[in-house]
Design a protein around this ligand. Structure first.
Ligand SMILES: [Zn+2]
Length: 400
């Protein structure tokens, strides 16, 4: 059994200990068991501490059957070590975990709903609360109540309690299993529940509790929040984004959403106009191509390279030309910068020319892949400067 120094004092950053066991682990790692440790092992929703044993970085900390194992890449030389915590990480966990107790207590108090899940990760902290939904007003009320507890700077106490004394405590959550002694964490008059995690000594150290968002998840409402240093980081990010948008849109921060909405509506209207103009232009281009095309037997022979068109625009153009009358249409487009080229070969059904076969011949000139039926074929590949040559070949094939 390792003596858990973090149970007695979550502020202990440094300690000395005897090395009791050394286990070689997979991947050239070592598992070091000490007689005592301030390193919190992963568990109860809280990630493990990191830090150093002498100068050896501690990568992970695990607990098994009361023994705490520190995972390192090298083994210590002596029989004793000095352990030092990565305090920044530990204090962050203390702020988030203590904030979680208060927020969960507030949800229980205001809405009579229970916290059934807690996650504390590097990127996100959340609780799952047994609610069908959460309104903006409810979230704001919970946030205000939680921060009132923070501002009141109430003492947070951790104590070991035996089975028969448990009834004296107003527990928010019942312990999961039988026990001889249980560790209770309480925030004076606000919350009391069993927990093995590390906590701040007074609620004021949490600094701030900010709900960021929430969503329905697995039959509960998942509430994403940040506390303390993470809340400051979140505020920094949000205020710098808001400031930047306010400058770009030339409105005060409070008016950014309305100004963005106006810009988006305008963009949508402009897009519609652009679409209509493009369609009209394509119609005129189709007219032009059809009118100026050579007449071969009873149909038009439309052959053209259209610069910088997309594959879809080229196919639309071919369709629009065919709508004008009987025709064979050989279109190509290419963009040297994007290193792309594309062909659309199409004809009025019943024409003797085979588009699929002709496309294969054209692609043999330029390189690329494609195929299709007797009256519609398309394909392409990387940019080629032989698009005109390929089209000429197709044209000659038709006029024989
Ligand atoms: Zn806890």
């Amino acid at each position: 059994m390792t003596e858990k120094l973090y149970y007695a004092d979550s502020y202990q950053k440094e300690f000395s200990a005897k090395v009791e066991e050394l286990h070689p682990l997979a991947g050239d790692l070592w598992g070091i068991v000490l007689d005592r440790t301030a390193f919190y092992p992963e568990g109860g929703g809280q990630p493990c501490d990191t830090g150093w044993l002498d100068d050896i970085p501690v990568q992970a900390v695990l607990e098994k059957d009361g023994s705490i194992m520190h995972v390192t890449a090298t083994r210590p030389v002596g029989n004793t070590v000095v352990g030092r915590l990565n305090w920044r990480r530990r204090f962050d966990h203390m702020q988030q975990h203590s904030g979680e107790h208060i927020l969960s207590a507030v949800f229980a108090d205001l809405f009579g709903r229970e916290n059934i899940g807690f996650h504390l990760g590097a990127d996100a902290v959340y609780i799952d609360v047994t609610m069908d939904s959460l309104t903006g007003e409810q979230a704001a009320a919970a946030e205000a109540a939680a921060n009132a507890v923070v501002f009141a700077n109430l003492p947070v106490k951790c104590q070991m309690v035996s089975d028969h004394d448990l009834a004296k405590f107003p527990l928010r959550k019942q312990p999961a299993k039988g026990f001889a002694k249980l560790r209770l964490v309480s925030v004076a008059g606000v919350d009391c529940c069993p927990c093995g995690g590390t906590h701040v000594a007074a609620s004021g150290e949490i600094g701030l509790i900010k709900i960021r968002s929430w969503e329905r998840k697995a039959g509960a409402v998942r509430v994403d929040f940040v506390c303390g240093g993470r809340a400051l980081e979140d505020y920094r990010l949000n205020s710098s984004v808001a400031r930047e948008l306010s400058v770009r849109l030339s409105v005060p921060v409070a008016e950014v959403p309305a100004a963005a909405e106006r810009h988006l509506s305008r963009l949508e209207a402009l897009n519609k106009q652009l679409q209509a103009a493009r369609q009209e232009l394509a119609g005129r281009l189709a007219d032009d191509l059809y009118e100026k095309a050579d007449i071969f037997t009873d149909m038009r022979l439309v052959v053209s390279v259209i610069p910088d068109a997309t594959a879809a625009e080229l196919a639309d153009l071919a369709k629009t030309v065919l709508a004008r009358g009987r025709a064979v249409v050989f279109l190509a487009t290419g963009n040297a910068e994007l290193n792309k080229s594309h062909f659309v070969f199409a004809c009025t059904p019943g024409t003797s020319a085979n588009m699929g076969g002709l496309l294969k011949k054209a692609l043999a000139v330029t390189g690329g892949k494609g195929g299709g039926s007797a009256h519609l074929a398309q394909g392409g590949g990387i940019w080629s400067d032989k698009l005109e040559d390929a089209l000429r070949l197709a044209r000659e094939d038709v006029i024989g």
